[in-house]
Design a binder for this molecule. Structure first.
Ligand code: TGC
Ligand code: FAD
Length: 408
């Protein structure tokens, strides 16, 4: 918005609204359930997002460019592996702190939260959990400090929801394995220094390994043309007879539970993150409803607008309670994969519905980048699909409650 009230060449009628009219998002006093450490982490990340992300994000998203310079800042605020041990590059905090950090990042943009989710939960976590001590010492401090960027390669061009069908494979060749295959839709792959890659061995067992940038036969071309998550860089991973040293292969873990346990960590973070995107859309819609007048009064005075806003804050509150309870279970090591699936599915869908309703409240202005809602809405289309689609998570719940497996 410029001084003349023009946004993107469109004249708007903005009035200033007193923020003390806002009730905020904490409708059920969830703050009372948070520790001081949780609140401090939230405050620090919220401030960082305000300073570093909000002023630039529309521009980067418009240009479909990833603000890579934020990697260092993300490391400094402890966004990479908040609940991993400090000695391995993490933040040493609890799972609720991890969730709330993801919430605040996604209030800025899902792509920024993705940068942190991938680095912490999909790269540092598998190395911490599955790699040899030497590999942990080699990679984790550099990942935690943002010196190294990592990516996670599970999805293949022909195997998305069904990763167990993967064809990427390794063959034993003395002191190394020869890796062949391709991965698709990999967040950060074109800029990554290392990739955690999942491939089948000669017995057909899924193995995890660290592949380093510069290894002969390894490339990571960028995928262009995304209308969603435009401030996040996505690419492929292509392996043509890449010689991966044996010490880079995770020694113990076999099978799909390796990558799926990393996904449980990341899906948990998304269940919280989506709330942040929903809050930003709700804030914008509430503010606009009080500023914008039609028929001689603020549109927030119309019953249909109030219905939208009341339902938004109700759904945000339900999602917060779901995330908080999931967090307490996670702190006790008791959050099951199916419970995580339910929260990821519910909260992302909730956020997408809120983005759509918020867009309506903004009328025509809602489709512009003067407001954050359309960007969040487009981002959330990806969030609904990655880390397991909306329907895959429904089937995981279905399997859990019936004991019958719809996938086999
Ligand atoms: P299934 O036979 O059910 O399971 C195989 C083994 O894995 C265990 N398991 C889990 N372990 C930990 N956490 C979980 N969430 C787990 N889910 C299952 C399971 O107990 C079993 O263990 P064991 O000991 O018996 O071997 O496997 P399935 O082949 O039938 O597949 C089930 C299904 C469909 C649910 C699974 O394949 C799935 O979740 N598919 C969705 C794929 C997915 O989510 N891909 C995400 C790719 S990464 C990504 O999107 C990153 S986005 C990054 C960003 O934020 O930018
Ligand atoms: P498909 O599996 O082909 O699914 C297509 C449709 O069919 C979906 O609606 C799905 O729900 C439905 N479907 C499939 N199977 C069933 C079934 N059994 N019953 C009912 N419906 C079914 N992957 C990574 O490994 N690492 C990453 O960093 C990563 N980042 C990503 C970033 C972006 C921007 C995007 C878009 C994706 C990313 N992914 C990543 C991949 C993501 O996890 C997959 O897109 C997702 O798992 C779905 O796979 P797919 O796109 O092949 O869809």
């Amino acid at each position: 918005m410029n001084e003349n009230g023009k946004a993107n060449g469109v004249t708007t009628a903005k009035k200033s609204v007193k923020t003390d009219q806002f009730k905020g998002h904490d409708y059920y006093n969830i703050d009372d359930l948070l520790s001081d450490e949780n609140k401090m982490a939230r405050g620090a990340v919220r401030e960082w997002v305000k300073q570093e992300v909000s002023p630039i994000i529309e521009d980067y998203s418009n240009r479909a460019e990833c603000p890579h310079h934020l990697f260092k800042g993300l490391a400094e605020i402890g966004a990479f592996g908040p609940s991993l041990p400090v000695e391995y590059g993490g933040g040493g905090m609890d799972e609720i702190a991890y969730g709330i950090i993801m919430q605040e990042l996604e209030r800025g943009d899902s792509g920024i939260r993705s940068m942190a989710s991938v680095q912490g939960s999909l790269v540092m976590y598998p190395i911490y959990r599955f790699a040899s001590e030497a590999q942990k010492r080699k990679y984790l401090p550099k990942l935690g400090s943002g010196e190294f960027i990592g990516c996670f390669g599970l999805t293949e061009p022909d195997h998305g929801s069904n990763p167990s069908g993967m064809i990427t494979n390794i063959k034993d060749d003395g002191d190394c394995y020869i890796l062949n295959g391709a991965k698709m839709w990999i967040t950060n792959s074109p800029v990554a220094d290392i990739a955690v890659v999942w491939a089948k061995d000669e017995e057909g067992k899924i193995r995890g390994m660290v592949v380093e940038k510069g290894m002969k036969g390894f490339s990571a071309p960028e995928i262009h043309g995304k209308w969603s998550l435009r401030a996040s860089i996505t690419g492929e991973l292509v392996f043509e007879d890449v010689r991966v040293p044996k010490e880079n292969v995770f020694p113990e873990v076999r099978g799909l539970k390796g990558p799926l346990s990393c996904l449980s960590k990341a899906r948990y973070g998304i269940a919280w993150g989506a709330i942040g995107a929903a809050m930003d859309c709700y804030d914008s819609a509430l503010r606009y409803s009080l500023e914008r007048e039609q028929f001689g009064r603020p549109i927030g005075g119309f019953q249909l607008t109030q219905k939208k806003l009341a339902e938004m804050i109700t759904e945000i509150t339900k999602a917060q309670l779901l995330a908080w309870r999931l967090g307490t279970l996670a702190n006790e090591g008791k959050a099951s994969p199916a419970q995580i699936s339910m929260a990821k599915r519910n909260n992302v869908h909730m956020a997408l519905e809120i983005a759509r309703e918020a867009r309506q409240i903004h009328g025509g202005m809602g489709i512009t980048n003067e407001y954050p809602v359309m960007r969040h809405m487009m981002n959330l289309e990806t969030v609904l699909t990655y880390e397991g689609t909306h329907d895959i998570h429904l089937l995981i719940t279905g399997m859990d409650v019936t004991g019958l497996n719809a996938f086999k």
